[in-house]
Design a protein around this ligand. Structure first.
Ligand SMILES: [Zn+2]
Length: 213
């Protein structure tokens, strides 16, 4: 899943306006950022088979340190604990725990059965939503569109320029998501995690900028 994780951040901002949109998006995408770092350092591995669409070409052969349920729970506790130490805001910390945990649930919905329960445990879950492009577009795309439209209608951008930056960012994210769903695999598996880490970090920074009142 991709834009669905961003949608969680936007939806959470409506539930908890005191936490920055950037922090909420960072929480929802946190294990994907770890996953990039773990692939760059060789801790985790994925393979790309020939084929169109991530559901066909993407093989998560070892993602148990970033993406297992047990580790997601640990990352959620560490993320929210770090936030609480900085901000001393209990409700915000609980929302961030849920945002980090939501990543595992949404990836289980979209992935083939490759989502681990815990490191070393050979039980994998996945409902494979991404295998059906129309279902993914309707369900994940629908959730994404709903989240960004509600956010746009209920927030107050400071300048006209930030409205353009908002919709431009959403257009680029949507195009990246559609190319993941339907396009070919990345040309070079070694540079793919570096490029993904750069894109994820850029859009977390964008979400901090888009934190409107
Ligand atoms: Zn993920």
């Amino acid at each position: 899943m991709f834009v669905g994780h961003f949608a969680v951040g936007f939806a959470a901002k409506r539930v908890e306006p005191r936490v920055s949109l950037g922090t909420l998006v960072l929480a929802a995408m946190f294990v994907d950022l770890l996953w990039c770092a773990f692939m760059i350092t060789g801790v985790e591995h994925v393979q790309f088979k020939p084929g169109k669409g991530a559901a066909n070409y993407f093989v998560a052969s070892n993602v148990e340190w970033s993406h297992s349920l047990a580790m997601d729970g640990l990352w959620a506790a560490l993320f929210a604990g770090g936030y609480f130490l900085c901000r001393r805001y209990t409700r915000g910390a609980w929302i961030l725990i849920l945002a980090v945990l939501s990543h595992w649930l949404l990836d289980v919905i979209s992935h083939r059965p490759d989502m681990p329960l815990a490191p070393g445990m050979h039980t994998y879950l996945g409902l494979n939503l991404w295998a059906s492009v129309p279902s993914a577009i309707i369900l994940e795309g629908g959730f994404w569109m709903l989240a960004v439209i509600v956010y746009a209608l209920t927030s107050h951008p400071r300048t006209r320029a930030s409205v353009y930056v908002y919709w431009s960012g959403i257009a680029v994210l949507t195009l990246i998501w559609l190319s993941n769903l339907t396009g070919p695999p990345p040309p070079d598996p070694r540079t793919a995690p570096v490029i993904s880490l750069a894109i994820f970090s850029l859009f977390v920074a964008w979400a901090y900028w888009m934190n409107f009142e």
